[in-house]
Design a protein around this ligand. Structure first.
Ligand SMILES: [Zn+2]
Length: 213
């Protein structure tokens, strides 16, 4: 119930410590300077600030069904507007695309949008996931592995679109870094695309010190 959320807001305010109040007041006064754009799925189980332990002000978040970055031909401007604002106005130099295992959007695309009105916003939006789904299907896999593969392929498609539209343009994007992640819901663990490895590698294998700030 929504009243539970308002009650939660009361707890949030009651639990704010002095340091947190100072951080939030400082952000209000000085403005935001996020370290990265995070493009993720709207799925309620994949919460960017939770899985990265990010503080307010650190992530510039764009969430939509299937963590999609539309190509120019798809007509959407909202994702592009957020990216252009983050790069041009906030000076963000890192863009993360984070998919997740068991994604309902990718699954619907794999199921050929069965049961959806083909003219609906949802079906039209998910059509953009088709190339990734087709590549996953081209490999003979069991259904669970096929979905996992499609999720990864779609993250790679989104990185390619980001490169084409905002990074590889003359005079622009030279300093922008792209990152592909997939979040494993069951194990609460990220895999990160590693070009040298040619695939997604568990963060635990990358040697990142969890105690580093
Ligand atoms: Zn999803």
């Amino acid at each position: 119930m929504v009243d539970d959320l308002l009650a939660g807001h009361g707890r949030f305010r009651a639990d704010l410590g002095a340091n947190e109040r100072k951080l939030l007041a400082g952000l209000a006064e000085r403005g935001q300077r996020p370290v990265a754009v995070y493009i993720g799925c709207s799925d309620s189980r994949v919460i960017p600030e939770l899985l990265t332990d990010a503080a307010p002000g650190q992530l510039f978040v764009v969430r939509n069904v299937g963590n999609h970055v539309p190509r120019t031909s798809e007509g959407d401007r909202s994702v592009g507007a957020a990216i252009e604002f983050a790069i041009g106005q906030l000076g963000v130099a890192d863009i993360i695309v984070c998919g997740h295992d068991g994604c309902g959007g990718v699954k619907a695309a794999l199921d050929d949008l069965a049961g959806l009105d083909p003219d609906s916003d949802l079906a039209t939006w998910l059509t953009g996931l088709r190339p990734a789904v087709d590549r996953a299907r081209a490999v003979s896999l069991d259904p669970a592995a096929e979905l996992a593969r499609a999720v990864e392929e779609h993250v790679l498609d989104c990185l390619a679109t980001l490169s084409e539209r905002w990074i590889d343009q003359p005079g622009e994007g030279a300093t922008i870094r792209l990152h592909g992640w997939v979040y494993d819901l069951a194990n609460a663990a990220l895999r990160v695309y590693h070009e040298d490895a040619g695939g997604f590698v568990p963060v635990a294998e990358l040697g990142v010190d969890p105690r580093s700030p």
